[in-house]
Design a protein around this ligand. Structure first.
Ligand code: ATP
Length: 648
C-alpha cells in the first residue's frame, strides 16, 4: 500500500487553475478584450470618430460588422476604441481598493490593539459615506476627470476589502505556523508577506472581482449621464446613452456595448471565483489530514529515521561555571484581573535539560511564551525578569528580543505539522530560516538545509526538502520542526511536549534525537512535559508547577527519590509507568483552580492531605529542603523521607 503521496503527484496552483473551464473562458475573454483594446488603433476598420451621414443606423453587414450609429459611425470601431478607457478605469479603481483595503485589513488584523481600532473606525467612516454623491462631487471638483472618479470609487470600496481581509487575517493569525514563525524570530513584515497574504488571497480576490465589475458599471453610468470623457470620444457608457435615444427605431444599437459590459462583468466574476476555488482547493489539499494529502484515506507513513549511529550517549554534565542560558526571576503574568503566573523562578544552565512538569493549566506554556516574548493578546507581564545572555528580555527592547528568537532561543511545539506553513515546501521553509539567521546566500542555504535534515536523521534529505508538510508523517514533521529550530544554532531550545502528538514508536526516536543533538550542540533544553518517563530519561533537573507557581525544583534523581511537595508526590504516585502490578492508580482529588480563583495561601491546600490552618493564611515561599532542592510547603517535617510511599 502506498501511504505518502510523492511531491510530484500534488497538482500545482497553475494546474489546478487551468483545470477549470470557467478559468479558461474568463481568461480567454479578458485576454482578447485587453489585446483588442490596446491594438484598437490598428485593428479598427474605420476611424471611430468618422461620420457617414449617408449610412446612419445601418444594420450589421459585410461593410460594418456591427452596423453604424446615429451619425453613421462604425459601431465596432467605437466599441474597440472605447474598451481601453473603460478597462483603465476598472484597473484604477481595483488597484486602489486592493492596495488600501488589503494593507489596512492585514495590518489591523495582524497587529490588533489600537492600530486595529483606528483602522476599524476609518473603515466604518468610509462605509457610511454615500458613494454616488462623493463620486459626483469629485467629478465636479476635478473637471469631469474619470480617473479621479475611479480612484475615489476605489478608496470607498477599499473599506469592504479591508473588512474581508481583516477577518481572514484574524483566523490565519491564530494558525500555529504563524506563531511558530514569530517564535523563530521572523519579522512581522515578512510573516505578513509570506505567511498571511497568500492565505487571505482567495476571499480578497473574489471581492476585488466584484469591485472591478462595480467600477465598470459606475463608469458606464457616469458616461451615460454625460460625465467623464465628452462626445464624440467613444465610451461604452456614451454608446449606451446614444443607443437609448433611438431604442424604438434601432434596438440593435443597444446590444454591442450592452453585451460588452455584461460579458466583461461576468468574466471578472468567473475569474475571481476560479482563483478563489484554486486557492482553497490548494490549501485544503495541503492541510494535514486531508484526504488529498493521504490518498485513499491512508495514514501518512511513520517516520523512517536513519539508524542511530551507536548506543544512546551518556547525558553530558551541565556546565555550572558559565552564566545560565536562561534565568527567570520572580515572573508574574496576568490576564484581566487573573494571575496566571506568580513569582516564578527558574534557571537553565548551559548544556542542561530542565523538565517543566505539572497538570494542564498550571502555567508551563505561559512560562515558555513569556520567555520567547510571544504572549497571547490580553496576557501581560506584571513583574519579574527573564535574563538571557545577561540581558533582560522581558523588560528590554522588543527588537533585541526579536533578534534573539531563533538565534539564542528557539521552540518546538507539540503539533509539528501545524507549525509548518502548508503552502511552502520543507526546503524553502528551512532555507528561509537558515538565511535569516546566518545571513548566507541562497546556494549556501541549500547545502545547510540538507545538512540540517541529515542532522535530524531524516533519510533522503533531498526528497524531504522537496515535500510539502502534508506529505510528511508526524515523526518526520517533528524532525523537520526540530531542524527549523536548529537553523539559528540556538543556545536554548524550548520543547513544549514535543512527543505528545506522536505515535509511541516514534516518541522514543524523537527523544533520542533531542538527547543526541543536545550533546553535539551543547544546547540547553527547557522541556515541558506531563510524562515522568520523559523527565527521568532526558532531564538533569525537574521543576514542578502548580496553579501558576513553581512548587518544587531539584535534580531529577533527587525529585524521584525524595519528593518534598505533596503535589509532586501526588503526581509521581499517579504516574502509570511506576504502577507495576497496581490495579488502580491513585489520583489527586479536585482540580487545578482557575487563575481568577486563586487562594491567598498554598494553592494546593484544598487538594492536599497535609493541609492545615498554616497553609491558608498567608503566601508560602520556596524553602530549601536539601542541596539544590526547593519546595513550597510548610509541612516538610511531616512528609516522609526518601522513598516514603505516601501519596497526598
Ligand atoms: N490567551 C489566554 N488568555 C488568558 N488566559 C490564558 C490564555 N491562555 C491560557 N490561559 C490560562 O493560563 C493558565 C496557564 O495556561 P498554560 O497553557 O500555560 O498551562 P499549561 O500548564 O501549559 O497547560 P497544558 O499542559 O495543558 O499546555 C491557564 O489557567 C489557562 O487557562
Amino acid at each position: 500500500m502506498r501511504l505518502v503521496r510523492s511531491p510530484s503527484e500534488a497538482p500545482g496552483l497553475v494546474a489546478r487553475f487551468a483545470h477549470q473551464p470557467r478559468a479558461w473562458l474568463s481568461c480567454g475573454f479578458l485576454g482578447v478584450l485587453v489585446l483588442a483594446s490596446i491594438l484598437a488603433p490598428w485593428l479598427t476598420p474605420y476611424d471611430p470618430l468618422a461620420q457617414d451621414l449617408s449610412s446612419v443606423r445601418a444594420s450589421p453587414g459585410a461593410g460594418h460588422w456591427l452596423g453604424t450609429d446615429t451619425l453613421g459611425r462604425d459601431v465596432l470601431s467605437r466599441l474597440l476604441a472605447g474598451g481601453l478607457p473603460s478597462l483603465l478605469g476598472v484597473a484604477e479603481a481595483t488597484v486602489t481598493a486592493a492596495v488600501i483595503g488589503v494593507t489596512a485589513g492585514v495590518v489591523g488584523g495582524f497587529l490588533g490593539g489600537w492600530t486595529d481600532r483606528a483602522i476599524g473606525a476609518a473603515v466604518d467612516l468610509l462605509l457610511a459615506m454615500p458613494v454616488v454623491i462623493i463620486v459626483l462631487s469629485v467629478l465636479a471638483v476635478f473637471h469631469s476627470s474619470m480617473p479621479a472618479a475611479m480612484v475615489t470609487f476605489g478608496v470607498l470600496a477599499a473599506a469592504g476589502i479591508s473588512r474581508v481581509t481583516r477577518s481572514a487575517t484574524l483566523s490565519v493569525r491564530e494558525e500555529v505556523y504563524v506563531a511558530a514563525a514569530r517564535v523563530a524570530g521572523v519579522p512581522k513584515r515578512r510573516i505578513i508577506l509570506r505567511h498571511v497574504l497568500p492565505r487571505v488571497a482567495g476571499p480578497v480576490i473574489v471581492q476585488l472581482s466584484l469591485i472591478a465589475g462595480g467600477a465598470l458599471l459606475v463608469q458606464t453610468g457616469l458616461s451615460y449621464l454625460g460625465l467623464g470623457a465628452q462626445p464624440p470620444a467613444p465610451t461604452w457608457g456614451g454608446m449606451i446613452a446614444e443607443a437609448a435615444g433611438v431604442m424604438q427605431q434601432s434596438p440593435w444599437l443597444l446590444l454591442p456595448s450592452g453585451v460588452a459590459i455584461g460579458a466583461t462583468i461576468l468574466a471578472f466574476a468567473l475569474l475571481g471565483d476560479a482563483i478563489r476555488d484554486t486557492l482553497s482547493d490548494h490549501w485544503a489539499a495541503t492541510r494535514p489530514g486531508s484526504s488529498a494529502a493521504s490518498p485513499g484515506g491512508g495514514v501518512p507513513a511513520p517516520a523512517a529515521p536513519a539508524p542511530a549511529s551507536g548506543p544512546t550517549p551518556a547525558r553530558p554534565e551541565p556546565s555550572r561555571s558559565l552564566s545560565p542560558a536562561l534565568r527567570i526571576e520572580g515572573l508574574n503574568l496576568a490576564a484581566g484581573g487573573a494571575h496566571l503566573l506568580r513569582d516564578v523562578h527558574l534557571e537553565v544552565l548551559p548544556g542542561e535539560t530542565v523538565g517543566l512538569v505539572g497538570e494542564s493549566g498550571c502555567g508551563k506554556t505561559m512560562t515558555a511564551l513569556a520567555t520567547l516574548g510571544v504572549l497571547p493578546a490580553g496576557v501581560h507581564l506584571t513583574g519579574g525578569r527573564i535574563m538571557m545572555d545577561g540581558q533582560d528580555v522581558a523588560g528590554g527592547d522588543k527588537r533585541v528580543l526579536g533578534r534573539m528568537r531563533g538565534r539564542h532561543m528557539a521552540m518546538i511545539s507539540q503539533q509539528p505539522m501545524t507549525a509548518l506553513d502548508p503552502c511552502f515546501r520543507v526546503g524553502s521553509q528551512l532555507s528561509e530560516a537558515v538565511r535569516r539567521h546566518r545571513g548566507i546566500s541562497r546556494t549556501q542555504a541549500r547545502a545547510c538545509v540538507i545538512e540540517l535534515l541529515e542532522m535530524v536523521r531524516l533519510p533522503d534529505p533531498g526528497s524531504v526538502a522537496r515535500r510539502y508538510p502534508h506529505q510528511l508523517s508526524g515523526g518526520m514533521a517533528q524532525r523537520v520542526a526540530i531542524a527549523m529550530a536548529l537553523a539559528g544554532r540556538p543556545r536554548l531550545l524550548i520543547a513544549d511536549e514535543p512527543t505528545t502528538a506522536l505515535d509511541v514508536t516514534v516518541q522514543a526516536d524523537v527523544l533520542d534525537l533531542l538527547r543526541r543533538l543536545q550533546q553535539d550542540m551543547r544546547m540547553s533544553i527547557l522541556l515541558i512535559t506531563h510524562d515522568w518517563g520523559v523527565v527521568a530519561d532526558l532531564c538533569d533537573r525537574a521543576v514542578v508547577m502548580y496553579a501558576g507557581e513553581v512548587v518544587e525544583s531539584s535534580s531529577t534523581e533527587e525529585l524521584f527519590a525524595n519528593p518534598r511537595h505533596p503535589y509532586t508526590r501526588g503526581l509521581l504516585a499517579a504516574n502509570p509507568q511506576a504502577s507495576e502490578g497496581r490495579r488502580r492508580l491513585p489520583t489527586i482529588p479536585g482540580r487545578v483552580p482557575s487563575p481568577d480563583r486563586r487562594e491567598p495561601g498554598c494553592q494546593f491546600a484544598p487538594r492536599c492531605g497535609f493541609a492545615d490552618s498554616r497553609c491558608v493564611t498567608h503566601a508560602i515561599g520556596m524553602a530549601t529542603t536539601g542541596p539544590g532542592h526547593l519546595s513550597r510547603c510548610v509541612h516538610d517535617e511531616r512528609i516522609p523521607g526518601p522513598k516514603g510511599a505516601v501519596t497526598a
